[in-house]
Design a protein around this ligand. Structure first.
Ligand SMILES: Cc1cc2nc3c(=O)[nH]c(=O)nc-3n(C[C@H](O)[C@H](O)[C@H](O)COP(=O)(O)O)c2cc1C
Length: 292
């Protein structure tokens, strides 16, 4: 299926792109108008774009239904300051409530049940309950169009960050299992970063991996090993040598039962290597694959 993004309607385009480009982090942005009225709204067109200088960008779009602009955008044009809050799972419903289109002077802190506290460097109040609050100065607002759905990039320089110490691990780093950030996908779908969804991938940049193209052919063309398996193996510095001291009872059994049928034996060895790779036992998987 190929979607011609120019030919479909603005709301279809919005929906397909939102479903595809996901999960997106969510910021809860606190802003004020020039009279000092506070506004609180979530935005998932949001991310970190630079660390020196520290730049965050979020985008309040023009409404699809009538092309009008959102209060958050109007506010940052009046008072170019914002506090960006990172949204955790335990506050996702209050955050969603803050997205209701209340009339301009309505204080969404009150509506969503959040406690405003004074920021240290900027005028918009901070959400007390949020574990991470980032005080920002708005450097530039870049409109991307005038139609419904057109984004307005609010380019923010992060000035200071308040981090709740409860979410830190023993190394003074943020423990994602304690913070439990949420992200938005398409439609009503969200996801939560917790111990069930988090996993680690070893960084490939310290040593140069050999690459998938340099894997032995029976591995590269395997119908059993997955793309992830090949990625793990290809992250090795070289194809390892056979280790004569490698002892493994399952490997012995495979040899015993399948040596009369080389095709079946390759299949069994690949299945075993696949299991080992899933358990992050790359060295053992190599030895199993080199046994062929
Ligand atoms: C999780 C979530 C993410 C959202 N992301 C965006 C976004 O990136 N851009 C946008 O224009 N609206 C987004 N919305 C809708 C706005 O939050 C909503 O229109 C906003 O609260 C308007 O408020 P305002 O007029 O007070 O600024 C999002 C809503 C939710 C619940």
């Amino acid at each position: 299926m190929i979607l011609d993004l120019q030919a479909i309607s603005p709301s279809e385009r919005h929906s397909w792109l939102q479903q595809a480009v996901a999960p997106r982090p969510i910021c809860l942005a606190s802003t004020v108008d020039k009279a000092g009225n506070a506004n609180l709204s979530p935005f998932s067109f949001f991310n970190l774009f630079s660390s020196t200088p520290p730049i965050l960008i979020f985008s309040p779009s023009r409404r699809l239904r009538d092309h009008t602009t959102k209060h958050t955008l109007q506010n940052v044009l009046e008072v170019p300051e914002v506090v960006i809050h990172i949204v955790s799972y335990d506050r996702v419903h209050q955050t969603s409530l803050a997205s209701c289109e209340y009339p301009k002077a309505t204080d969404e802190f009150v509506k969503a049940g959040f406690t405003p506290v004074k920021a240290t460097l900027v005028r918009p109040p901070m959400v007390k309950e949020s574990r991470i609050k980032i005080e920002c100065r708005v450097l530039e607002v870049k409109p991307l169009g005038t139609q419904g759905g057109a984004g307005n990039l609010v380019i923010c320089e992060a000035l200071c960050m308040h981090v709740d110490e409860d979410i830190l691990d023993g190394h003074n780093e943020i423990d994602p299992r304690k913070l439990q950030q949420v992200a938005r996908l398409g439609g009503n779908w969200y996801c939560k970063a917790d111990e069930h969804s988090l996993f680690r991938v070893e960084k490939p940049n310290t040593t140069l991996g050999i690459g998938v193209d340099a894997l032995p052919e029976h591995i590269r063309t395997s119908r059993i090993l997955t793309g992830n398996d090949l990625g793990r193996l290809a992250n090795s510095q070289q194809v390892p040598d056979i280790d004569p001291s490698f002892e493994d009872s399952r490997l012995k059994n495979i040899f015993q039962y399948y040596s009369i049928d080389p095709e079946e034996m390759q299949k069994e060895l690949h299945l075993y290597a696949h299991e080992l790779l899933r358990q992050e036992k790359t060295k053992d998987a190599w030895q199993v694959l080199l046994a062929l």
